[in-house]
Write a protein that binds this ligand. Structure first.
Ligand code: GAL
Length: 754
C-alpha cells in the first residue's frame, strides 16, 4: 500500500443519526441538516471553558461522495481512518462494511466489494462520541475530555489484489555500530492462487542516495501472510540521536512474476535504546530524560487540529520547552506529531488509551487491539523508545497485563515496555516501573521525589521512570499572582533537579505540557486543568522558561524572570524573592539605578544543566521612587542578554505572530497566531485584559470565536484554509476593541504543495 489519496476534504456532517440517511444518497447534501465540513472535524465547537462536559457526547453522521475511476476496476479499495472518536459504523453505498471501537487507534476498512467503479460512491459513518463503557478510557470518571467526530485524516488506497499491508523495519546495531537489518513484510492477498514472489528492499539516505539494496524471495497465499527476512548486513550507517536525528527511508517492492505488484515506503532511523536500573542510554550514551506529558486537545475544536499544528506541538516541546522526551498521555497520538518527533529528535513514550478503569471482555479486546495497532502502526518511528501497555493509573490486573505485555514483546521484542502506576508495590510485568510521583506539594525540600525502592517495594533497583509530577498538586494559571507562577516554576526545578541527581531514575516527565479541558470531577471548576507549563494556547507560563533555559546557550540564550519587578505584586512591598531562568553564567542586577550585584546559578537545583538564579532578599520601601530594574546576562565576560523593567510600564504593543505564513490550498491546513500585550520594553503585561477581534479575508476561516479576551496578557487563535484548491493570498485583521492600539494584518500565502 502506497501513495494514498487524502480523503479529508468536502464531507457532510449532521449532529444526529437518521436511519433513512443510510440509503438516501441522492438527497441534496445541503438539505436535511447536513453541514459541509473538512476533516479533521469536531462534532461541536466548545467555548474555552465553563461548558458542559457532555456537549460533544452524541451520535452523529458523516457523509462523503467520491469517485473511483473505471480503470481501477479489479483493484482493492481500502480506507484508512487515523482517528474517529470513539466508535463508528461504516457504510459504502448503503452496504455495511464494519465498525471500529477506539478513538485513538488507526483503522482500515476494505470497501472493494461495495464500490462502484467509474461512478460516484457514497460513504456514510455513524459516529458515536458518547462515553461508552466498552471503550477505553471510559467506564468511570476521566480527567480529560475526548470530544468526538472524525478528528484525524482519512486516506484512500488503491492496490492490486495482492499487496503489502505493512513493513516493520527490524534491525540490530552490532558492537561496532554497523547495521544488520531484517525487515518483516506483511501481505494480504485476495487471490486463490499461490504466488512465489520476491521483495526488493532499498534503503535510502536523506540526501536521496541508496545505501543498500537486497532482494528476498517469499511465498504468498490467500489471506494474510508475512515474510520475516533473514538478517543482512548493511554496514555503517548514521545513527538517529536526539542531537542528530538522521532518518532513512526503506522502500519495499513486491515483485510477482518479475512485475512490481505493490510497494511500500517508510521512514525510520537506527538507534540503540537501553532502559536500565541506572538510567537510560541512547546509542551507549547516558541521557537523563527531561520531558513532559502531552494531551492533544486545543481550545474550541478539541482534538480536531491538522498536520501543521500537530507538528508544531512537537517543536514547542522540543524547542520552547527544551525537553528531550514526551509522553503521549494517555493514548496514541497523531502520525504528524510522531513524524515531527522523529525529525527533531524528541524521544517518545507512547501508550494505549486508558485511565484508571478496566472494563469487561469487549473492553479488554479493545485494549488488545490498541496495543496491536499502536505497535504495528508506529513501530518504525525511531523516536519511540518505550511502549506503555497498561491503562494509565489502573490497578494491577495480572491476566490482562500479562497479555498486553506479551503481545507487545511478540510484536516488538526490542523496545522496552512500561505501564504507569500511582500506587506503591505494583506488580511489575513490564521492563520499566513508571510512577506518577506527586509527593512534592510545595517548598518542603525533603518531599521532592520518593525513593525508587520505597515505591516499588522491591529489594533491588529496576529501570524506573517518573512519568508524572506536579499537575493537580499545584495548578497555575497565566493570570495567577506572581508568587503562584513562580512557585510553579520552582516545583518543576526541584523535581527535575532531583531526578537528574538520582542515578536510579531514568528521568522525569512533567504533568504536563499544556493545560487541558476536563470533566467536572477535575480541574478548577471551569472544565480546565491548569496543570500545563504552558496554557491551552501553548503560550508560556513561567515554568516553561525553567525548561527552556536548560538549552545550550549556543542554541539560544534564555533570560526570563519570574517577576516584572513591580513591588506591589508579591506582597510586603518587596520585589524578591525572584528567580531568573537563564542559561547565562551569571547576571548583574540593577535596581533603583544602582547595581545590587552579581548573581550566580543557585545551589538548590544542582542537577539541572542551568540552575535558575535566585535573588532572595531585597527590600524596597514604599516611599522610595521606584526605578525599575535592568538584568544583564553574561557568558564569561561577554554580555549576551539584557532585560529592562521600567517604572512606568504601559501598554505599548500587541505582538501578533503566525506560526506559519505559508499554508496549503489542497487540504484544511491549520496554523496559530499568537498574541501578547507588551509594554515599551517588550515585557508581557499579564494583567492587561485585552478584548480581541479577528477577521479573516480570503480562503481561510477562524477556528473559534471572532471576539475573545486575552488571558494572562496573552492569547492565540487558529485559522484554517478552506481547502478551496486555489492558490492565492489570505489575511487576518486583528483589532483590540478596548485599546487605541492600531489594527494589525497578517498575510498568508496559500500554495499548492501537490
Ligand atoms: C494523574 C493522571 C493524569 C492527570 C494528573 C493530574 O494522576 O495520571 O491524567 O489527571 O494526575 O495531576
Amino acid at each position: 500500500m502506497n501513495n494514498p489519496i487524502l480523503l479529508s476534504n468536502s464531507w457532510y456532517f449532521k449532529p444526529q443519526f437518521c436511519q433513512e440517511d443510510l440509503s438516501h444518497f441522492d438527497a441534496d447534501a445541503d438539505c436535511g441538516g447536513w453541514q459541509k465540513v473538512n476533516l479533521p472535524h469536531t462534532v461541536k465547537e466548545l467555548p474555552f471553558n465553563c461548558f458542559s462536559h457532555d456537549e460533544t457526547a452524541m451520535i452523529s453522521s458523516y457523509r462523503k461522495d467520491f469517485t473511483i475511476p473505471a480503470e481501477a476496476a479489479g483493484k482493492r479499495i481500502i480506507l484508512r481512518f487515523d482517528g474517529v472518536m470513539a466508535y463508528y459504523d461504516l457504510y459504502c453505498n448503503g452496504i455495511r462494511i464494519g465498525d471500529h471501537r477506539g478513538g485513538y487507534s488507526i483503522s482500515f476498512a476494505d470497501i472493494t466489494d461495495a464500490v462502484r467503479f467509474g461512478e460516484v460512491n457514497h460513504l456514510f459513518l455513524k459516529v458515536d462520541s458518547t462515553e461508552r463503557n466498552d471503550i477505553p478510557p471510559f467506564g468511570y470518571i476521566v480527567d480529560f475530555l475526548t470530544y468526538g467526530g472524525i478528528y484525524r485524516d482519512v486516506f484512500l488506497y488503491t492496490t492490486e489484489q495482492t499487496y503489502i499491508s505493512n513493513v516493520l523495519v527490524r534491525y540490530r546495531l552490532e558492537e561496532d555500530w554497523s547495521l544488520t537489518i531484517y525487515p518483516e513484510v506483511f501481505f494480504h492477498s485476495y487471490e486463490a492462487v499461490h504466488h512465489e514472489a520476491a521483495v526488493r528492499f532499498r534503503l535510502i539516505r536523506q540526501d536521496g542516495t541508496t545505501v543498500f539494496t537486497h532482494t528476498a524471495s517469499c511465498s504468498i497465499s490467500e489471506g494474510e501472510s508475512s515474510l520475516q527476512t533473514s538478517p543482512v548486513s548493511v554496514g555503517a550507517v548514521e545513527l538517529w540521536d536526539i542531537d542528530s536525528p538522521v532518518l532513512y527511508t526503506l522502500e519495499t517492492e513486491l515483485l510477482i512474476d518479475g512485475h512490481a505488484a505493490d510497494s511500500h515506503s517508510t521512514k525510520t532511523g537506527f538507534r540503540k535504546t537501553e532502559c536500565t536500573s541506572h538510567g537510560f542510554y541512547l546509542n551507549g550514551r547516558k541521557i537523563k530524560l527531561r520531558g513532559a506529558n502531552r494531551h492533544q486537545c486545543y481550545p474550541y475544536v478539541g482534538y480536531a487540529m491538522g498536520r501543521g499544528v500537530q507538528r508544531k506541538d512537537a517543536e514547542i516541546i522540543r524547542y520552547e520547552m527544551a525537553c528531550n522526551t514526551v509522553r503521549t498521555s494517555h493514548y496514541m497520538q497523531s502520525q504528524y506529531f510522531l513524524d515531527r518527533c522523529d525529525e527533531i529528535g524528541l524521544l517518545v513514550f507512547e501508550e494505549i488509551p486508558g485511565w484508571h478503569y478496566i472494563g469487561g471482555e469487549v473492553y479488554q479486546n479493545v485494549v488488545m487491539n490498541d496495543v496491536k495497532m499502536m505497535i504495528t502502526m508506529d513501530y518504525n518511528h525511531p523516536s519511540i523508545f518505550i511502549w506503555g501497555v497498561r491503562l494509565n493509573e489502573s490497578n494491577d490486573c495480572p491476566e490482562l497485563y500479562t497479555r498486553t505485555n506479551e503481545l507487545a514483546k511478540r510484536l516488538d521484542p526490542d523496545r522496552a515496555t512500561t505501564g504507569v502506576r500511582y500506587f506503591k508495590g505494583s506488580e511489575l510485568k513490564e521492563d520499566v516501573y513508571a510512577i506518577n510521583d506527586f509527593c512534592h506539594k510545595g517548598p518542603k525540600r525533603e518531599d521532592v521525589l520518593q525513593s525508587q525502592r520505597q515505591v516499588t517495594g522491591l529489594d533491588h533497583d529496576v529501570p524506573y521512570l517518573v512519568s508524572e509530577f506536579c499537575g493537580h498538586v499545584y495548578p497555575c494559571k497565566p493570570w495567577d499572582n506572581e508568587n503562584v507562577r513562580e512557585e510553579h516554576a520552582r516545583m518543576h526545578a526541584r523535581v527535575q533537579s532531583r531526578a537528574a541527581c538520582t542515578d536510579n531514575i531514568m528521568g522525569a516527565l512533567a504533568w504536563c505540557a499544556f493545560d487541558y479541558q476536563t470533566h467536572g470531577d477535575y480541574g478548577s471548576g471551569d472544565k480546565i486543568c491548569y496543570h500545563g507549563v504552558m496554557d491551552m494556547f501553548r503560550m508560556p507560563k513561567f515554568a516553561s522558561y525553567l525548561y527552556r533555559s536548560q538549552k545550550d546557550p549556543d542554541e539560544e540564550i534564555v533570560l526570563e524572570t519570574t517577576s516584572v519587578f513591580s513591588r506591589g505584586e508579591k506582597g510586603d512591598n518587596k520585589v524578591a524573592p525572584v528567580i531568573i531562568m537563564t542559561n547565562c553564567d551569571f547576571i548583574e542586577v540593577e535596581l533603583y539605578g544602582n547595581s545590587i550585584g552579581r548573581f550566580y546559578p543557585s545551589n538548590n537545583y544542582v542537577g539541572l544543566p542551568h540552575p535558575p538564579i535566585e535573588i532572595s532578599t531585597h527590600d524596597s520601601f514604599w516611599i522610595e521612587v521606584w526605578q525599575g530594574a535592568v538584568i544583564t546576562g553574561f557568558i564569561g565576560a561577554r554580555k549576551v542578554a539584557e532585560r529592562r523593567f521600567v517604572r512606568d510600564a504601559k501598554l505599548t504593543t500587541l505582538e501578533a505572530m503566525a506560526d506559519q505564513t505559508e499554508l496549503s490550498s489542497e487540504y484544511a491546513d491549520d496554523t496559530r497566531v499568537t498574541l501578547r500585550f507588551l509594554d515599551q520594553e517588550g515585557n508581557l503585561l499579564p494583567y492587561y485584559p485585552g478584548i480581541i477581534q479577528v477577521a479573516c479575508h480570503g480562503d481561510i476561516e477562524l477556528r473559534g470565536p471572532e471576539i475573545f479576551p486575552s488571558m494572562g496578557g496573552m492569547s492565540a487563535f487558529w485559522i484554517r484554509t478552506t481547502a478551496a484548491g486555489r492558490p492565492g493570498t489570505a489575511s487576518v485583521t486583528i483589532r483590540t476593541l478596548n485599546s487605541d492600539l492600531p489594527d494589525q494584518t497578517i498575510e498568508f500565502r496559500i500554495v499548492s504543495w501537490e
